[in-house]
Design a protein around this ligand. Structure first.
Ligand SMILES: [Zn+2]
Length: 141
């Protein structure tokens, strides 16, 4: 016998198991505050490597996005640990643009969870949600 309720319970169960293995699957996504320092006439994201690893995104995508958003050229240190804006940018601006990136390119617009990946299909970019399966078109960075 297979009722709809049983089916839903099974789905729910499968979802819970999935939840245990999916990275950062809290109900709300709280990445740690990025560490941003002004050094002379430059602004450094000191925790850039940690940030991209938590967000699970291509460092170049995040760097390019932030560079455009804050209006400053950038360099990445060779080990990828720091992102350096080569002009002075207010840390509060950088922080707010990191949040914007998370909202646009990390959080699933359907279920609001961060367990997503970016699929680049030629000129079309899609945010694919590993939690609910939604595919949402996103703007190419
Ligand atoms: Zn989703």
């Amino acid at each position: 016998m297979s009722t709809k309720e049983e089916y839903l319970a099974m789905l729910d169960n499968a979802y819970k198991q999935l939840k245990d293995v999916v990275r950062l699957s809290g109900e709300r996504f709280h990445p740690p505050e990025p560490i941003i320092r002004v050094e002379g006439r430059q602004t450094h994201i000191v925790s850039f490597k940690e940030l991209v690893s938590i967000l699970n995104r291509d460092p170049k995508d995040l760097a390019r996005f932030l560079s455009k958003e804050v209006g400053s050229p950038y360099t990445l240190t060779s080990d990828g640990s720091k992102l350096i804006f080569t002009t002075l940018v207010k840390p509060s601006l950088v922080r707010s643009r990191i949040e914007k990136f998370i909202n646009l390119y990390v959080i699933c617009p359907i279920c609001k969870r961060p367990d997503t990946k970016i699929e680049k299909r030629g000129r079309i970019w899609v945010l694919k949600c590993l939690a609910c399966g939604a595919e949402s078109p996103i703007k190419k960075i």
